[in-house]
Ligand binder design. Structure first.
Ligand code: NAP
Length: 425
């Protein structure tokens, strides 16, 4: 009986958890190759989880275990669509699993969205995480006094927290000195987290909310009347209760206000004289004020309103995801993670779901003696591709850890050529 040969595109949580499950369920009878366009593994855990949330980033250790298994091989710095075509993988392997995430910022769709000072949370997150494709627009915080963060999910909280933290509070993170300097420089007075619906519709989770109440330089401001009542029926009852807790806390003397505002639908990013955004315009959506205009001062707007995936050539999109039926796109072609169901759910949710798709694949795909890894290695060699293997990643990891500096757990390389040089050792 030939081995089952599977290619996984993307080494973020979903991709690693598929590899983990295939290794376990088809032990000794499977060959799994995991491709990533970056020389570094772990996708969202490395480049999306906030740099000050190292406990969450520790998920990388479990993911690494999956990639270190003898039946699994990591192919870093190999982009499907550039170095190899998706069809090359489909011909070489019994099955291909797309674990490509959802890296594209959803647009607000309002006038002024492209003004300087307006960024999507994906761009902001890539910048704070030293992603090699980070957009420098996110780093442009000089002189910012009023930040408006749009969205009522945990990414909005991550953004507000990083804008509010003191230097001491980002100790033991992997935030770079350059990003730290840019985050610390502006004379921020207000950070407004703005939801388009009411407080019962927020998606925040309590731990993340309550962390805001602990920050040295920030006071949380919530109109208690807007969070009154029973949490029953709220979309996140515990999140709603945490808002109540924050609203009821004793007033605090701190220079930065983190304000929670509800029922405000984004209408326009309004430019100031310099051409940079100066205000964010909303219309009220609550019954008492429906349609009324509200302008908030804003020299920074970060929209944290979700993401869309990028469909590989020949694969149909369905809204912001890839069209699929419970993870199956076509015979021998599967999708997992945010590319499968859209940008929601914690790393734990991704794990159980990725395991489910891996089980389905094992059930549906019969090994057909495909050429697998050998053919792909030949193609990459012919194309002179600078592939980074697991040992190469180990050298990048060791170099980043060694140069961490005081108060940091890692100093990431930001440029691809630096990463490739470190991988060569
Ligand atoms: P999210 O939880 O889906 O929140 C997105 C927010 O954007 C919602 O409040 C949504 O409002 C709002 N929104 C969407 N379109 C909008 C528009 N056009 N105008 C105004 N508001 C709009 O997404 P997320 O914050 O990006 O987080 C993604 C996932 O990662 C979530 O599952 C989250 O829990 C997880 N995550 C977890 C952590 C953590 O555990 N520490 C950290 C970060 C992210 P509606 O509800 O009205 O659509």
């Amino acid at each position: 009986m030939p081995h089952l040969k599977v290619a996984i595109v993307g080494s973020g949580p979903a991709g690693c958890y598929v590899a983990e499950r295939l290794g376990k369920k088809a032990k000794g009878a499977v060959e799994v190759d995991v491709f990533d366009r970056l020389p570094t593994p772990f996708g969202l855990v490395r480049a999306g989880v906030a740099p000050d949330h190292q406990t969450t980033k520790a998920a990388a250790r479990v993911m690494a275990k999956a990639l270190e298994k003898p039946e699994v091989r990591f192919f870093g710095n190999v982009e499907i669509g550039r170095d190899l075509a998706l069809d090359d993988l489909r011909q070489a392997y019994d099955a291909v699993v797309l674990a490509v995430g959802a890296p594209v910022d959803r647009r607000l769709g309002v006038p002024g969205e492209d003004l300087p000072g307006v960024v999507g949370s994906g761009a902001f997150t890539r910048w704070v995480n030293d992603h090699p494709a980070a957009d420098d627009r996110a780093a442009d915080l000089a002189g910012v006094r009023h930040a408006v963060v749009i969205g009522a999910g945990n990414v909005a909280i991550d953004t507000a927290r990083l804008l509010a933290k003191t230097a001491a509070e980002i100790e033991n993170s992997d935030l770079s000195p350059e990003v730290e300097a840019a985050l610390q420089a502006p004379p921020l007075e207000t950070i407004s987290i703005v939801a388009r619906r009411d407080a019962r519709a927020v998606k925040f989770t309590p731990t993340e909310l309550l962390e805001l109440g602990e920050l040295t330089d920030a006071r949380v401001e919530i109109d208690a009347a807007l969070v009154a009542g029973d949490s029953e029926g709220a979309e996140s009852p515990q999140g709603f209760e945490a808002l109540q807790q924050l609203a009821a806390a004793a007033p605090k003397n701190a220079p930065k206000a983190i304000r929670f505002l509800f029922n405000l639908q984004p209408e326009e990013c309004v430019a100031g004289e310099s051409g940079r955004v100066a205000a964010m315009r909303f219309t009220r959506t609550d019954p008492d004020g429906a349609g009324a205009r509200v302008d908030l001062p804003a020299d920074l707007v970060v929209s944290c309103i979700g993401y869309a995936t990028q469909a590989p050539d020949g694969v149909a999109a369905d809204g912001g995801r890839l069209a699929n039926q419970e993870g199956r796109i076509d015979a021998g072609l599967y999708v997992v993670g945010w590319a499968k169901r859209g940008p929601s759910g914690t790393i734990g949710v991704n794990r159980s779901e990725a395991h489910g798709v891996a089980d389905k694949l094992i059930e549906e795909v019969a090994p057909a003696d495909k050429p697998g890894r050998g053919e792909i290695l030949e193609r990459l060699a012919t194309a002179n591709a600078a592939t980074v293997d697991w040992e190469g990643w180990g050298r990048i990891d060791a170099a980043e850890t060694a140069r961490a500096g005081a108060g940091r757990v890692r100093r990431k390389f930001t440029a691809l050529d630096e990463m490739l040089a470190a991988a060569r050792g």
